[in-house]
Design a protein around this ligand. Structure first.
Ligand SMILES: [Zn+2]
Length: 621
C-alpha cells in the first residue's frame, strides 16, 4: 500500500549513509522471517522441484475432485502450505531489496523466488476449472462441520459466484491465450504518457524557466507563485491535447474490449464485470455518485473560503492544491515525537489497539525509517502470515512523514489483528477494506490535532491538508468515477465515442463540480486524457468509499466511542473472511445506503467552517 513519495527535496546521494552504516534502531527487525540470506537459501533449497510437484499434484488430485470433499480439503491445505512458504521467501527478498535496491544479493534472490513462485503455482491451474465443473460445488459451499470442507466455505462460495460467468473449456482456453492483448491499452497509454509526451518549461512570475515533467508537476502546482502554477497546468494540458484523437481512440478501444468481454461472460456491462470480484453491487457506485452530487454545495463553500483566503477572484484548477497556510518554517518531527503524537491520536480505538501499536513501533521494530543510499522511495506496509507486519519509509521529519507513518501503521495493525484472528486462508483482506484501516488512522490524527490546537501553525497546516485530502480523494475521484461510468455505459450501448464526446463529458462534470467559471476553462476538457487510473478500470471509486468509510467511523467514534470501538476492531480482525460489503456493514458502514457518504460530508463541512474561521474571518477582524 504505497503512498506518494514526499515532496520535500531529496538529499543528494553523497550525503547519505550506506545501508550498512545506518544505526540499527532505525531499521526493521525481520528475524521472524529469516535471520539472514543464509537461512533464506536453506529454505529456498527445500522447496519442491517443479516436475516432482507437478507429478504428485496430478497423480493425487487431477480429474479426481468431483464427489471427493476430503480430497478437495487436502488439496486446499497442500496449496496453502506451499503458498505460505513461498510468500515468506518472496516477501523477505522484497523487503531486503527495498532497503537498498542496488544490492546484488537481494536483487538476485528476488528474481529467483519470483520465477519459482510462478512455476510452483502452475501445477494447480486445473483446480478452479475442475471445481467449477464439480456437480457438488453448491453443496460444498454450504458445508458444515464435521465436513472437511467446512473451513473453506467462503472460498468455495466465492468460486460459485463466478460460475455463471465462466464459459466452456475451449472458449476459456482461447480467452486465456489472447487475454494479454486486453491489457495493452493501459500499456499504450503509459508509453505515450511517460515516454513520448514532453512538456515545455513552466515559467514563474519572475520569468524564470522550470523544467516540467510528470514528477515535477505536483510540486509546481502547490507553488505559492500563481503564475508558475498556471503556466505548469496550461503547458501540461495544452501539450496533452495535441494527442487527443489517438488517446481517445485508445481509451475507446479499452472500454470496448472490456464491454465485449463482459457481455461474453454474461455480465450486464463492463462496470458490472469489474465490481463483481469484490461482490460490490453497481448500486453502491451509483449511490456514491448521487450522494456526492447532492452535497456539492459544500465544495462550493470550500472554494469560497479558498478564494478569499488566497485573495483571488476565481479558483481555477491550478489553485486547488496550494496550501491555505503558507508556512515559512514548517515544524520538524523526530521519529519518536511522531510515534508519541500518533499513539495519542489513536486512543479512541482503545487501550489494546494502542498498546499493540506502541509495541510494534517502539519495541518490535516494525518500522524501517532510516534514510540511506539506495533505499526505495515511497512508503508501504508489508509482511506475511508468519512475520510481523513491517513498514518501509524514509524519515525526513515532515508533517507528511507523520501522516504517512499513521497511514502505514493502520495497514500494519489491520494485518496484525487479522492474522491473529483468522486462519491463514481467510486472513488477507481486499483493497476495498484495506484503505479504510489506513485512512481511519490519518483521520484520527488530523482530528486529534485539529481539536487540540486548531489555531497553531501545525493546526492550520493540518486543516488545509485535511480539506485538500477530502477534495482530492472523494470529490475529485468521484468526478473521475462518474466520467468512467458514463463513458463505459455509452460504449456498452454500442455508442462510439471520440475525442469530442470524451471532452464534452469531462468538461460538463467539471463545471458541475467546480462551477461554470472555475471548472470551465477550455483546457479542462482534456484533463481526463492523462489519468492512468482509467486503465485500472473502475478502481478510483474505491478511494472515495474507503475515505468515506473511515470518515464515517471517525464520526461514530466521536459520538459513541465504546460501541464504535468494538465494531472497528471487528473490521480489523475480519481479514478476508467475508465479502467486503458485509465486513463494513458489520462495522456500521452500510454502503447500500447514502449514510456513510453523508457522514463523511458532515466532517468535511465541519472542516470548511473551521477553515473559514481560521483563514478568512481572522483576516477581517
Ligand atoms: Zn494505503
Amino acid at each position: 500500500m504505497t503512498k506518494a513519495p514526499q515532496t520535500s527535496a531529496p538529499k543528494t546521494s553523497q550525503s547519505l549513509p550506506r545501508r550498512a552504516e545506518v544505526p540499527r534502531e532505525q531499521t526493521w527487525n525481520l528475524d521472524k522471517l529469516f535471520s539472514g540470506f543464509e537461512a533464506w537459501e536453506k529454505a529456498f533449497a527445500q522447496l519442491p522441484e517443479e516436475s516432482t510437484l507437478e507429478r504428485e499434484v496430478e497423480s493425487k488430485y487431477k480429474g479426481k475432485l468431483a464427489g471427493q470433499p476430503t480430497l478437495v480439503a487436502d488439496l486446499f491445505a497442500t496449496r496453502h502450505t506451499l503458498r505460505r512458504r513461498l510468500m515468506n521467501l518472496y516477501v523477505y527478498a522484497g523487503l531486503r531489496n527495498a532497503e537498498d535496491v542496488a544490492d546484488a544479493v537481494s536483487t538476485n534472490a528476488q528474481a529467483r523466488i519470483h520465477a519459482r513462485y510462478a512455476t510452483l503455482m502452475a501445477p494447480f491451474a486445473f483446480v478452479e476449472p475442475e471445481l467449477l465443473a464439480a456437480p457438488q460445488l453448491q453443496e460444498w459451499a454450504r458445508a458444515k462441520p464435521p465436513s472437511p470442507l467446512a473451513p473453506y466455505t467462503f472460498e468455495l462460495s466465492e468460486l460459485l459466484r463466478e460460475k455463471e460467468h465462466v464459459l466452456g473449456e475451449s472458449e476459456e482456453k482461447l480467452l486465456a491465450k489472447i487475454s494479454p492483448v486486453f491489457a495493452q491499452f493501459g500499456t499504450i497509454h503509459s508509453k505515450w504518457n511517460n515516454v513520448d509526451l514532453k512538456f515545455p518549461d513552466a515559467i514563474d512570475a519572475g520569468g524564470a524557466h522550470h523544467m516540467l515533467t510528470h514528477g515535477r508537476y505536483g510540486l509546481l502546482t502547490v507553488s505559492p507563485d500563481r503564475a508558475l502554477r498556471k503556466s505548469a497546468w496550461e503547458n501540461l494540458h495544452a501539450e496533452t491535447a495535441k494527442s487527443r484523437s489517438t488517446v481517445a481512440a485508445n481509451f475507446h478501444a479499452h472500454l470496448l474490449s472490456g464491454s465485449l468481454l463482459a457481455k461474453a461472460r454474461n455480465y450486464e456491462g463492463f462496470r458490472h464485470s469489474q465490481l463483481a470480484p469484490d461482490d460490490i453491487p453497481t448500486s453502491v457506485y451509483d449511490t456514491l455518485v448521487d450522494t456526492v452530487r447532492a452535497n456539492l454545495s459544500t465544495l462550493q463553500a470550500s472554494l469560497d473560503v479558498r478564494r478569499e483566503a488566497l485573495g483571488i477572484d476565481t479558483v481555477f484548477p491550478y489553485d486547488r492544491r496550494v496550501s491555505l497556510h503558507a508556512q515559512s518554517h514548517p515544524r520538524h518531527f523526530t521519529f519518536s515525537e511522531a510515534c508519541a503524537l500518533i499513539l495519542e491520536s489513536l486512543s479512541p480505538l482503545g487501550e489494546e489497539y494502542v498498546a499493540l501499536a506502541r509495541s510494534g513501533l517502539l519495541e518490535q521494530a516494525w518500522v524501517d525509517w532510516a534514510e540511506n543510499e539506495g533505499k526505495r522511495s515511497g512508503a508501504f506496509s508489508w509482511g506475511t502470515y508468519d512475520s510481523n507486519p513491517v513498514i518501509h519509509m524514509t524519515w525526513t521529519g515532515t508533517l507528511d512523514n507523520v501522516f504517512t507513518l499513521a497511514h502505514e501503521l493502520g495497514h500494519s495493525m489491520h494485518t496484525f489483528l487479522s492474522n491473529r484472528a483468522q486462519p491463514y486462508h481467510l486472513a488477507s483482506y481486499t483493497i476495498f477494506v484495506a484503505e479504510v484501516a489506513s485512512t481511519l488512522n490519518e483521520a484520527l490524527l488530523a482530528d486529534h490535532i485539529l481539536t487540540r490546537e486548531p489555531t497553531t501553525e501545525l493546526g492550520k497546516e493540518v486543516l488545509s491538508q485535511t480539506l485538500e485530502g477530502f477534495e482530492g480523494t472523494v470529490l475529485r475521484q468521484v468526478l473521475f468515477a462518474t466520467f468512467e461510468r458514463d463513458a463505459a455505459a455509452k460504449v456498452d450501448e454500442a455508442i462510439p465515442l471520440g475525442p469530442d464526446e470524451f471532452d464534452a463529458l469531462f468538461l460538463a462534470l467539471n463545471k458541475e463540480w467546480y462551477g461554470a467559471e472555475g471548472g470551465g476553462l477550455p483546457l479542462v476538457a482534456h484533463e481526463w486524457m492523462r489519468i492512468p487510473h482509467f486503465y485500472s478500470t473502475f478502481y478510483v471509486y474505491k478511494y472515495a468509499t474507503s475515505y468515506c468509510a473511515s470518515a464515517a467511523l471517525l464520526e461514530a467514534l466521536k459520538e459513541n466511542p465504546t460501541a464504535a470501538r468494538g465494531r472497528v476492531m471487528g473490521l480489523l480482525q475480519a481479514g478476508g473472511s467475508k465479502p467486503p460489503m458485509d465486513i463494513l456493514r458489520d462495522a456500521g458502514v452500510d454502503f447500500s445506503t447514502p449514510a456513510p457518504v453523508e457522514r463523511a460530508f458532515q466532517t468535511y463541512k465541519r472542516n470548511v467552517d473551521r477553515a473559514r474561521a481560521v483563514f478568512v474571518d481572522t483576516r477581517h477582524s
